[in-house]
Design a protein around this ligand. Structure first.
Ligand SMILES: C[S@@+](CC[C@H](N)C(=O)[O-])C[C@H]1O[C@@H](n2cnc3c(N)ncnc32)[C@H](O)[C@@H]1O
Length: 264
């Protein structure tokens, strides 16, 4: 759950707070580090409406990267992507560790033999390794999980390097991507070129026949992106994930694109 939705949600909390004047909100900064992408910080928040539940959030500069408040769509990225796969002993790549919800949802699938979770920021990987975030313990305890420090987009578009320690020519069963806000709203302007037939095809070279590429977006499915995906993948399906937003007392949505590669 990224950017606008969360900003709106937090803006709404100010009126929620007035309804609970004896329970002030709590906000603790757990860590804050400079990074190649800007200042990255991890915070723990309590909101009166949620009682003693801790809400973890990651900010990059002034932008909200991820919050543990709504994670339905991040988990659906894993479940929908993996549901489109046949077979077992699966090798799977997750692009963007964040707070680990996609990775942990993927590991619930016992067909997974190895999971490579790629993140560009060693600070984020260290929060998990040091168990400063709630899901770090689960990821660290699962021998199938491997953290990979690197840029997803560089690894995806260089089949000669590869995502895994075996690297070159190693193909995987699925790639689950949640880094940018949408295929047209980027965390970093340099990511834009990834969303092209050329670069998506380079990534697809690293998938086995009938392998799956799935991607999260904060927006409703975009026709132009579905058309682009169809230039590379045999089958493309978009899913809208609805979830309850307690701040606005309404339903919100994100999307997950699920693409299946051809036989070759
Ligand atoms: C929105 S979060 C991912 C949320 C994740 N799906 C979850 O369930 O918590 C995006 C993550 O992508 C990472 N990231 C940003 N740019 C990246 C890049 N070029 N390559 C790999 N990871 C990147 C950020 O550090 C952040 O951890």
């Amino acid at each position: 759950m990224h950017t606008l939705l969360y900003d709106v949600a937090l803006a709404q909390t100010s009126s929620t707070h007035q309804a609970f004047p004896t329970m002030p909100p709590m906000l603790e900064e757990i860590d804050s580090q400079p990074s190649a992408l800007g200042l990255i910080s991890l915070r723990r928040r309590r909101l009166p409406a949620f009682g003693d539940r801790d809400i973890y959030e990651v900010k990059l500069g002034e932008e909200f990267l991820m919050s543990s408040l709504f994670v339905e769509a991040e988990e659906a990225l894993a479940t929908l992507g993996l549901a489109a796969l046949q077979g077992d002993k699966l090798s799977v790549v997750v692009g963007g560790l964040g707070l680990g919800y996609t990775a942990v949802a993927a590991l619930k699938d016992q067909r997974i033999e190895e999971l490579f979770v790629v993140d560009a920021l060693d600070t984020v990987i260290n929060w998990h390794k040091n168990e400063q975030v709630p899901l770090g313990k689960i990821l660290n305890a699962d021998a199938r999980n491997h953290y990979v420090h690197g840029s997803f987009f560089e690894l995806a578009t260089n089949p000669g390097v590869g995502f895994t320690p075996e690297g070159k020519n190693k193909t995987v069963d699925a790639i689950l991507l949640d880094i940018d806000h949408s295929p047209t709203e980027f965390l970093n302007s340099g990511n834009a070129s990834f969303y092209s037939t050329k670069n998506l095809s380079l990534m697809a070279e690293q998938l086995k026949p009938k392998g799956v590429f799935a991607m999260w977006s904060q927006n409703l499915p975009e026709k132009s992106f579905e058309e682009l995906l169809k230039t590379v993948f045999e089958h493309v399906e978009s899913h809208v994930i609805y979830f309850y937003n307690p701040f606005q007392n309404c339903e919100s949505s994100n999307s997950v694109y699920v693409c299946v590669k051809g036989d070759a």
